[in-house]
Design a protein around this ligand. Structure first.
Ligand code: ATP
Ligand code: MG
Length: 251
C-alpha cells in the first residue's frame, strides 16, 4: 500500500512544487516507486520535466477509468501524472456533479499498489481540486517558507484538514510533516519561524531546505536538483529530507 501525501500550503510560492519534484526524485533514488500527481492547473510538473502531455489528469477526472494511460515515466522509479490549464476549467465543471470525497481517491486506487509513494502537488487555493486531494490523501506535508504569511498559510491547512476529517470521519488524514523551506540561518525571520514551527508542530518539523538559486534554475533545464547540481545544498537537503520521510515510515 502506498503512502498518499498531499503537499499543501495556502500561501503561494512556498516550495510545494520544488519539494514534490525533488523529494520525489530523492525517494526514487532510494529505489522507492514514486508517482507525482499535478493537482495545479499551472502544470508546473509537466513543464519542469519538459513534458508536453496530450492527455492529463483532467481527462482522468472527467470519467476515464484507466490512470495508467495518462502516467508518464520520467526517471527510473519516478512517474508523473501531469496537468495543464485545462484542469482550471475542470474544477468548475466537476464541482457541479462530483463529490470531492470520491473522485480523485477513487481514480488513484487503480494504481495505488504500483507505488510506494504518491505525492500530490497542490495549488495554493481552496478549491474543489484541493479538497479532492485532501480527501484522497492520508498525510499532508506542509512546506513553509520562513516567513509570517507562510505560517498563516500553514494554519489554514490545519483548519482544512480538520474540516476534511469532520466531513469524512472514517478518513484519518493528518499533517505528518512540516518542511522548512527558503531556510537561511543568518536571517532572524528564519529562527523566529523555526521557533513557531517547533512550538506548533512538535516532532513533525523536518530538516530544512536551504535557499539556493540552483533549485530555481533546475526546472529551466528540465532537470531535478540531483542532475543539475548533485553536490550542492539543494541535493544534500532533499536527500536528507527523503531519509527522514523513510524513517517516519518505519516507525
Ligand atoms: N529552497 C529554494 N531556494 C531557492 N529558490 C527556491 C527554493 N525552493 C523553491 N524555489 C523557487 O521559488 C519559486 C517558488 O517555488 P515553488 O514553485 O516550488 O513553490 P510553490 O509553493 O509550488 O508555488 P505555487 O504556490 O505557485 O504552486 C520557484 O521559482 C522555485 O524554483
Ligand atoms: Mg506549485
Amino acid at each position: 500500500m502506498s503512502r498518499l501525501i498531499a503537499i499543501l500550503n495556502f500561501k503561494g510560492g512556498t516550495g510545494k512544487t520544488t519539494t514534490t519534484i525533488n523529494l520525489g526524485m530523492a525517494l526514487a533514488m532510494q529505489e522507492e516507486r514514486v508517482l507525482l500527481v499535478d493537482i495545479d492547473p499551472q502544470g508546473a510538473l509537466a513543464t519542469s520535466f519538459g513534458l508536453r502531455p496530450k492527455h492529463t489528469l483532467t481527462s482522468l477526472l472527467h470519467g476515464a477509468t484507466d490512470p495508467e494511460r495518462y502516467i508518464v515515466n520520467v526517471r527510473p522509479h519516478l512517474d508523473v501524472l501531469p496537468s495543464d490549464y485545462r484542469l482550471a476549467h475542470a474544477d468548475g465543471a466537476l464541482r457541479a456533479r462530483e463529490v470531492p470525497e470520491l473522485t480523485l481517491g477513487r481514480k488513484l486506487k487503480a494504481v495505488q499498489d504500483k507505488y510506494d509513494f504518491i505525492l500530490l502537488d497542490c495549488a495554493p487555493t481552496i478549491s474543489w481540486l484541493t479538497e479532492s486531494a485532501l480527501f484522497a490523501a492520508r498525510e499532508v506535508f506542509v512546506p513553509v517558507s520562513m516567513e509570517y504569511l507562510a505560517l498563516v498559510g500553514a494554519r489554514q491547512v490545519i483548519i482544512e484538514v480538520l474540516r476534511a476529517r469532520r466531513l469524512y470521519p472514517n478518513r484519518s488524514v493528518h499533517i505528518s510533516l512540516v518542511i522548512p523551506t527558503f531556510y537561511n540561518s543568518r536571517l532572524r525571520k528564519t529562527s523566529e519561524a523555526m521557533r513557531m514551527l517547533e512550538k506548533y508542530f512538535p516532532g513533525a518539523v523536518s530538516p530544512p531546505i536551504r535557499t539556493t538559486v540552483r533549485l530555481s534554475e533546475a526546472p529551466g533545464h528540465h532537470k531535478t536538483i540531483f542532475e543539475y547540481d548533485p553536490k550542492g545544498p539543494g541535493a544534500v537537503d532533499y536527500h536528507r529530507l527523503a531519509l527522514r520521510v523513510l524513517k517516519d515510515a518505519k516507525r
